[in-house]
Ligand binder design. Structure first.
Ligand code: NDP
Ligand code: MG
Length: 387
């Protein structure tokens, strides 16, 4: 029987890699829903190729364009946030959550409520709502499989293991576009320079977040939320080759490292075929040419995002929502060159300080609305911060 799958954020980097894997194994899958945002050309192209039950753009003003592209074909189209949520309720065996930003949270929660397998790329879902999402998954008996490469690596290293025997988890960071620049040089880098990644090909926002280490900061929080272990056991280290994605250390001194090429199709494919493994056409590592693995300290002074992530992990509650929203606003402000590269961390820190003084972040979110309210407050504050 074919696996019925939906892809949220199908027009993005993760979405396209997912469709690439489906394309290579077309007889195994049936597409329920494809959802995108502004890239209607891609959405139409993929809808024509994969014939989903429904195709959705998040933007109502683009519905006429989507419908025009699908004219004469029997593929229903819809638009708007409510239509995205409705698509997440359509029965599916496997759902990819790959919308970028906090916009991906509501569809993740809807998907999890139907008790399916949720392949979770949208890291904001865990950072802002980890306990809520996992509690809903437990209630609906949904299985959440992480897609972020480091978390897929940890997940794979933990297969058959008892989490209580884990002493430490180390996630690796490439160091991003500016790994070799001095702190004073970092002050003047531009968005265009930040948009190139030495090893991975990803969406624009996550690529810049890699250069600022906000991506790794998010991933530290993701690790704590997904694997439910103390922040004291979680570390980040710079590994410029991006071949070792995570290392899990156990209480008998043994360590399990996960290695693979820097190609998201490995972790997407692992989630797509879980609990089986299938042949995936990614490069195989050749240790004769690799020769060495390099590791460097991920310095929390050079990368304040990592220091802030520690505070967020320690504090819990709505701290992840405040952190993520402030980070998204700071990135927007950097992209329009209103603030500099190093100012992003200052905006986030000052926003968290203000939210803390207002007592907004300490409650444990019980529902989506609690998270969206904190997100809203954090955005307003971070937009107004002068640095
Ligand atoms: P992209 O920017 O490439 O794609 C984002 C997707 O979300 C696109 O389909 C986009 O539509 C859609 N989208 C954007 N805004 C909205 C909105 N408001 N409502 C609904 N849909 C929207 O991102 P990535 O694929 O790089 O990343 C997706 C998620 O996966 C992020 O959370 C990221 O952190 C995470 N991730 C990504 C990795 C990677 O290698 N790329 C690795 C690990 C995690 P459109 O383009 O049509 O406007
Ligand atoms: Mg990652």
């Amino acid at each position: 029987m074919k696996k019925r799958i939906s892809i949220f954020g199908s027009t993005g980097s993760i979405g396209q890699n997912t469709l690439d894997l489906v394309r290579c194994d077309k007889n195994s899958f049936e597409i329920v829903a494809l959802t995108g945002g502004k890239n209607i050309e891609q959405l139409v192209k993929d809808a024509i190729e994969f014939c989903p039950e429904i195709v959705v753009t998040a933007y109502p003003e683009l519905l006429h364009e989507l419908r025009a592209g699908l004219e004469g074909l029997n593929i229903p189209a819809a638009a708007g946030d409510a239509a995205v949520l409705e698509a997440a309720e359509r029965p599916a065996d496997w759902i990819m959550s790959a919308i970028v930003g906090v916009a991906g949270l509501a569809p993740s929660l809807r998907a999890v409520a139907q008790g399916t397998v949720l392949a979770l790329a949208n890291k904001e879902s865990l950072v802002t709502a980890g306990p809520l999402l996992l509690q809903m998954a437990a209630e609906s008996e949904a299985k959440v499989v992480p897609v972020d490469s480091e978390h897929s690596a940890i997940f794979q290293a933990l297969l058959g293991e008892d989490i209580s025997t884990v002493e430490r988890i180390i996630i690796t960071a490439s160091g991003g576009a500016f790994r070799d620049l001095s702190k004073s040089e970092l002050e003047f880098v531009t968005p265009a320079q930040a948009q190139t990644h030495p090893n991975w090909s990803m969406g624009q926002r996550i690529t810049i977040d890699s250069a600022s280490m906000f991506n790794k900061a998010m991933e530290l929080i993701e690790t704590k939320e997904f694997f439910r272990i103390s922040e004291k056991k979680i570390e980040a280290i710079i590994h410029p080759e991006s071949l070792m994605h995570a290392i899990v250390g156990f209480n008998d001194g043994g360590m399990m490292a996960h290695l693979g090429p820097p190609d998201m199709r490995h972790s997407i494919g692992f989630a797509l075929n879980y609990p089986k493994r299938k042949n995936i056409n990614v490069a195989r590592l050749d240790f004769k040419t690799i020769k060495k693995f390099t590791f460097l300290e991920a310095d929390e002074v050079r990368y304040p995002a990592l220091r802030l992530a520690r505070e967020v992990m320690r504090r819990g509650g709505l701290w992840g929502s405040g952190f993520n929203a402030a980070k998204e606003v700071a990135l927007d402000r950097f992209l329009t060159q209103e603030i500099g590269f190093l100012d992003m961390a200052k905006v986030v820190e000052l926003t968290l300080d203000k939210l803390d003084n207002l007592g907004i972040l300490n409650n444990q979110p019980k529902q989506l609305g609690d998270i969206l309210n904190a997100d809203d407050e954090a955005r307003q504050i971070s937009r107004a911060i002068n640095v």
